[in-house]
Design a protein around this ligand. Structure first.
Ligand code: SAH
Length: 308
């Protein structure tokens, strides 16, 4: 869900965009995209001149009854069903951002493991969940090297099958102690993790598919899937895929509060092409997080806190 930043700048105020593709109606396979830009209080216009007074109004319009919601999610998944099961496919034609993406994610993850997991996670059996995993790009290039078990969750079956293949032991260069474990063909809004299974739940470039209410209820359910001291990484931005929205930083923070999550740390992605939206990584911890001792005392600046 990597998209070019064509005409919107969303990070400076409370805003969300919704993009819509009328694939089913479009027999010529030419995609039409209606971009809706809204501000929570002030409202906004979509690219067809249609007015929304608030985010609530946009959501009511898009997912306000069960049929609309069904269509929203069906269109979201429907878009990806037509996409190649390749790195270029899941990155919207930007395969070359794979490398800087993984590099920045690895640096972020390393810092978090050092600060939050006893002994930096060494000599422990670590388990991660890769949400909206696509073809397993993040797991293969990053998570599998740090975690003993990685579960993948992906609603598009041809992506998940490709992930299964990409992560088969013979296609990995890690020891037998590291494996892709469960492959769940389920969307986030329908998933409830096993209690306290995960050290880290990684959510990258897929949360834009979830309506606000499902966003909040997913994170609330998923909190119970974290081990004590476990955390989420949400890496997101931008998005210009279909039936998805791009939230601003302020908008995300409002939702994190509703989820009862603290921002422990955040970092911006560097080195992406200019035409892309900004990408931000958030490390999120639960309110009940117990700080681990670690081998050295933590500085105050490292303590979890709500960043307003
Ligand atoms: N996170 C992967 C894939 C990004 S592409 C990566 O960074 O490489 C976006 C992914 O979100 C696609 O695989 C798409 O199928 C998935 N997706 C779409 N709707 C979703 C939903 N409701 N829940 C979870 N994943 C979803």
């Amino acid at each position: 869900m990597l998209g070019a930043n064509s005409n919107l700048c969303l990070n400076s105020y409370l805003a969300a965009t919704a993009t819509e593709t009328h694939q089913a109606r479009d027999k010529c396979r030419v995609r039409t995209r209606a971009t809706i830009r809204i501000e929570m209080e002030i409202g906004g216009l979509d690219s067809n001149g249609r007015e929304f007074k608030s985010a609530d109004e946009m959501w009511r319009e898009e997912v306000g009854d069960s049929q609309k919601k069904l269509d929203w999610y069906r269109n979201g998944v429907g878009y990806w069903q037509g996409v190649d099961a390749s790195v270029d496919g899941v990155l919207g034609g930007y395969a070359h951002v794979n490398e800087p993406d993984i590099k920045a994610s690895e640096a972020f993850l390393n810092t978090l493991l050092t600060e939050l997991v006893p002994n930096g996670g060494r000599n422990q059996h670590l388990v991660a969940l890769d949400c909206g995993s696509g073809i397993g790009r993040v797991t293969k290039n990053l998570l599998i090297r740090y975690f003993n078990e990685v579960d993948l969750l992906e609603p598009v079956s041809h992506f998940l099958e490709a992930a299964r293949e990409n992560l088969a032991p013979e296609n990995l260069s890690v020891s037998e102690e590291h494996k892709a474990f469960n492959f769940y063909c389920t969307p986030l809004q329908e998933f409830t993790p096993d209690a306290q299974r995960y050290d880290v739940i990684w959510v990258q470039w897929c949360i834009g598919h979830l309506a606000d209410d499902d966003f909040v209820s997913f994170f609330k359910r998923a909190k119970a899937g974290l081990k004590p001291g476990g955390f989420f990484v949400l890496k997101e931005n931008l998005a210009k895929s279909d039936k998805s929205i791009t939230r601003s930083d302020v908008y995300f923070k409002e939702l994190f509060t509703q989820c009862g999550l603290n921002i422990y740390k955040l970092k911006d992605q560097k080195g992406f092409p200019d035409e892309l939206f900004a990408v931000r990584m958030y490390a999120l911890t639960t309110e009940t997080l117990k700080k681990v001792g670690g081998s050295r005392p933590k500085r105050k600046a490292n303590r979890p806190a709500i960043i307003k």
